[in-house]
Design a protein around this ligand. Structure first.
Ligand code: URA
Length: 437
């Protein structure tokens, strides 16, 4: 096989074969194919696209480019959940204990945050003592014994995706549907669950900024999962404003705990019940998604979801007392407020800008190597549609560096738009794709 021929073929819009795609991924990971030829192929794919079979083959080649996780020693139908990333998205920390409390084993790998989006692994590390890295046997045993384990992605999973993603980042080829879908799904498939629930975010704080694009991406990922023999469902959900009120690591864990206590914001509660309900259905613990939701609502109301979170924290070395005593989380020393300058209705809270402001407080990282302040972040006091009066507090900012927190307030001030007219609240769950009942 010949790289120049492959680039030429894709440049002309021809279809690449399974053998060619596998040869490319193998050669690129091994270092036999140089970055300049891989870049040229990526750019040809960017302009000519990949059909369903090519997208599946690329996913499959990346999936098997490193270790894959065998979850078969875990009893039951394992269901994974993945969000394409957003601001204030602590859904996993609510969904996983609820689904687990309803009998679905959760054996999940999560990522760290980068830029304006957060990551579950960072959030969990704000719990004193919590370990996000477990030995493989420990991981499997914990799920069998307690019903749930969540760890950081191991270094040896999908090395092809790691290498290609870094190349896409510097060759302006990230924002291509087939490349994004294959990148995400290669990791999901390598992680070994039997079924997958995807939360595809749409809006200014997400990868996909409009509904049409989100539907294309969601459809592609559902097709890949289905072609790989995994029941795969995608929910397309709002990310025009942050999810919930908390943005920042320990702040989001506290909000997740409050949600499991039945005192969470309406949006995160609704989304968590919907996604966990679908997981319970896919996991065979309910005859319909509706019954799944009834079960997860019960797990919320009777406290079994919260009890599962407590058990999970303890099993991974964390201090479960954080569930009752939030002062055990890392503490901030600086606090500032942003107040409304006029009366009216909150028309928008740009998620991306709030995410960037949260990063500015110290809660997020600009590069993978940055340290983060686990106590830092933003608590919104208003959501889109709410009434405000001049002087009302719109948001509170936390951190340990005065200059950073002040800069975050200035940045976040631009995120709010106040209207003199009442505002319609955007629909939270816009569409569900791939749900067969
Ligand atoms: N997230 C991923 O894992 N891969 C992409 O290509 C984009 C977002």
């Amino acid at each position: 096989m010949n790289m120049v021929h492959m680039i030429q073929k894709k440049k002309e819009g021809q279809v690449l074969t399974r053998e060619e795609i596998q040869w490319f991924i193998k050669g690129y990971v091994a270092g036999d194919i140089p970055d300049y030829q891989a870049s040229a192929l990526l750019m040809a794919i960017y302009f000519q696209g990949l059909n369903r079979e090519e997208t599946f083959q690329l996913t499959d080649a990346m999936r098997y480019s490193g270790d894959t996780i065998d979850l078969s020693p875990i009893k039951g139908v394992k269901v994974d959940k993945h969000s394409t990333g957003g601001v204030g998205d602590k859904t996993t920390l609510v969904v996983a204990p609820l689904a687990s409390a309803c009998g679905v084993p959760i054996a999940k790998m999560s990522g760290r945050g980068l830029g304006f989006t957060g990551g579950t692994v960072d959030k969990m590390e704000s719990i004193p003592g919590f370990r996000t890295s477990l030995e493989p046997q420990e991981f499997l045993d914990q799920v069998n014994e307690t019903g749930m384990a969540v760890i950081g992605q191991t270094a040896h999973i999908t090395p092809a995706d790691k290498k290609l993603y870094a190349l896409r980042d510097v060759t302006a080829t990230v924002d291509n549907f087939g490349l994004i879908a294959s990148s995400i799904m290669s990791k999901k498939l390598a992680a070994g669950s039997d079924a997958i629930v995807l939360d595809v975010k749409v809006g200014d704080g997400a990868f996909m900024e409009n509904l049409e694009d989100a539907k294309i991406l969601a459809g592609l990922m559902v097709d890949i999962g289905t072609d790989a023999g995994r029941r795969t469902v995608a929910a397309i959900t709002e990310m025009g404003q942050p999810l919930g009120l908390a943005v920042g690591n320990s702040l989001e864990v506290i909000e997740a705990i409050e949600t499991l206590k039945g005192k969470g914001p309406a949006d995160i509660t609704e989304l968590a019940l919907k996604l966990s309900g679908i997981m319970v259905y896919l996991g065979g613990m309910a005859v319909s998604p509706e019954e799944g939701m009834e079960k997860t609502r019960k797990a919320l109301e009777d406290g079994s979801g919260l009890a599962r979170l407590r058990q999970f924290i303890q099993a991974q070395g964390g201090n479960p007392a954080v569930v009752d005593d939030y002062s055990l989380f890392p503490q901030h020393s600086v606090e500032r407020q942003l107040v409304a300058e006029e009366d009216g209705y909150v028309a928008s809270i740009e998620a991306r800008r709030i995410g960037m402001a949260s990063q500015q407080t110290g809660a997020g990282r600009a590069t993978k190597e940055d340290d983060i302040d686990l106590s830092a972040g933003i608590l919104l006091c208003r959501k889109v549609g709410d009434v405000v009066k001049a002087g009302d507090v719109l948001a509170v900012f936390y951190g340990n560096d005065e200059a950073k927190v002040d800069a975050a307030v200035a940045m976040a001030a631009e995120a709010f738009t106040i209207s003199s007219q009442p505002v319609e609240v955007p629909q939270l769950i816009k569409e569900i794709i791939g749900l067969q009942v």
